[in-house]
Design a binder for this molecule. Structure first.
Ligand code: F3S
Length: 523
């Protein structure tokens, strides 16, 4: 079964697809792309129905979902070779070690046996060649406590009660609300406490399974303040699309784009089935993207262009090395973060290579290109053409902007330092103390704290200017009931634009809007 087809029927659900508000319609340019994407994951009946927490799946349900070597009367592995197509007469079964088979049989308890059954079924469905040991640290995208998450939360509650833990301390996506800095008003609080009634359950599950305190919650788990940046070549099983995309590409990790829940399941078992982006072959590029813009590209726009073109294929991107000086640093990592998250949200890119910059490309160079690869040139005209497809999705097209969102994926230290410096300087130049609209800087608390420690005076001026730090997820906030009638937001995040009604502008235009409260005529 092809990966794309399987995703449409996946039991565990990609996070972004669950929480996102339905955008009225995709742009014309998105249509072909959307048709290719698995955009509507099937929601199993048990999950679609709201109700009490289901305490995990029953053994019968687990049996019905799986094919395992232990299903065979002999208890022996029936497949010794590598991946094979599943057929009706003989479903593919990946080989398992004796220890893994024993785990399926309950050697490490009934809860671990259930997790193993799901993991094996997952690997069989994708033709995995084996289970591999995971390294580094996990990252979970199970972060929102909505009713339809009840059964998934219930599974991991059962796991926690059994005393199981992740193989290493792990990081988690940002929470979906922030009742201290943004949602601290009666309307928002009613909405969040009704909408995220299971948030306590999610947080409690994570604490018991091995996540650190809430100050470390972030989708950009790889920034130095959080430090989840394993060595190149490490097998991990992450799910958050932007973290998978950055981890595979900029860090050289080996992970598939897992569904929410599958990443945590792998973290408890400490293993993942190897297929797709975890293999040498699966990391090869079907596309050569030739970036020929006359100046530094708009990272969100070219990322969108690449995502729409490649959809789930791996691109090899040339023409960007001069913007990185030969290596990825704390000061330039946000460029890859912005571009990559756009490829992952406008398409489903889980890995890209940047010539001369990213680890795989540095090691293998153009040998990463598959025979018969296609070429896509992004020059100034193509960049402009893509930008022009970004429709104004505001419910009142001519409304003045009311809010500015910066940081999806979450900001790095360097980004909040630059935005703080640029906004306060621009205000001073225009004789103002306060921005025309509130500016939300989305980042982990520990990233904010770093800036407070290094530049306390600047942070003071940023607060006076109306800049707020918040550690929640921007898209979750933009998905709140009634948001698009109340908020006419602007952003520099192509991912936020893709999943909400916010309008996208490049950094220099955004700065002007922050100062004046108006959208420049030529923008
Ligand atoms: Fe992070 Fe939420 Fe954006 S998890 S990448 S801020 S959608």
């Amino acid at each position: 079964m092809k990966r794309r087809n399987f995703c449409q029927a996946a039991v565990l659900i990609p996070a972004t697809n669950i929480i996102l508000p339905t955008k009225s319609e995709a742009q014309a340019a998105d249509k072909a792309n959307e048709a290719k994407k698995a955009s509507k994951p099937a929601v199993p009946k048990a999950q679609a129905k709201s109700g009490t927490i289901r305490q995990g799946i029953s053994a019968k349900e687990a049996d019905g979902m799986t094919y395992s070597d232990m299903s065979k009367p002999s208890g022996k592995s029936v497949v010794a070779g590598g991946p094979a197509e599943k057929t009706d007469s003989k479903p593919y079964q990946m080989p398992l070690t004796q220890e893994e088979q024993d785990m399926l049989g309950g050697s490490k308890g009934p809860e671990m046996a259930k997790l193993m059954k799901i993991l094996v079924a997952h690997g069989n469905a994708f033709g995995a060649d084996k289970l591999v040991k995971l390294g580094g640290r996990p990252h979970s995208s199970m972060y929102f406590g909505t009713e339809y998450m009840a059964s998934l939360i219930g599974i991991f509650d059962e796991v926690a009660k059994a005393g199981l833990k992740s193989y290493a301390p792990y990081t988690v996506n940002p929470r979906p609300y922030d009742a201290y800095n943004v949602n601290n008003n009666p309307t928002d609080m009613q909405l969040i406490y009704e909408g995220y009634a299971r948030q306590r359950d999610v947080d409690w599950v994570h604490v018991r399974l091995g996540s650190p305190d809430l100050n470390y919650r972030s989708c950009a788990c790889y920034v130095p303040e959080i430090g989840n940046a394993p060595k190149p070549g490490t097998y991990v099983a992450w799910a958050e699309s932007s973290a998978v995309n950055y981890g595979n590409s900029a860090l050289g990790l080996r992970t598939n784009r897992n569904a929410t829940g599958m990443e945590l399941l792998c973290a408890i078992v400490g293993k993942a089935p190897r297929f797709g982006l975890m293999t040498d072959e699966g990391r090869k590029a079907k596309w050569l993207i030739d970036v020929k813009t006359s100046k530094e590209p708009d990272w969100g726009v070219i990322g969108t262009a690449i995502g729409r073109k490649c959809v789930e294929d791996v691109p090899f991107i040339a023409g960007l090395d001069s913007y990185f000086g030969g290596k990825i640093t704390n000061e330039n990592m946000h460029k890859l973060k912005a571009m990559g998250s756009a490829t992952a949200s406008s398409g489903a890119v889980g890995l890209y290579h940047v010539e001369g910059v990213t680890p795989d490309a540095q090691q293998h160079e153009r040998k990463l290109l598959l025979d018969g690869y296609q070429t896509y040139v992004i020059d100034d005209a193509e960049q402009e053409r893509i930008r022009d497809t970004f429709e104004n999705q505001w419910t009142k097209k001519d409304h003045a902007p009311t809010h500015c969102f910066i940081g999806c994926p979450h900001n790095t230290y360097d980004e909040i330092l630059q935005w703080g410096t640029n906004v306060t300087k621009a205000l001073e130049k225009n004789g103002k103390k306060e921005a025309a609209i509130p500016v939300y800087l989305f980042c982990a608390n520990v990233v904010r704290d770093h800036l407070v420690e290094e530049h306390p005076e600047l942070v003071g001026r940023m607060k006076q200017a109306g800049m707020k730090f918040t550690n929640m997820c921007s898209v979750s906030y933009a998905g709140m009931k009634g948001f698009s009638e109340r908020v006419f937001g602007v952003t520099n995040s192509a991912k936020t634009r893709n999943y909400s009604t916010l309008r996208y502008f490049p950094d220099d235009v955004l700065l002007e809007i922050i100062v004046t409260g108006e959208i420049p005529k030529n923008a």
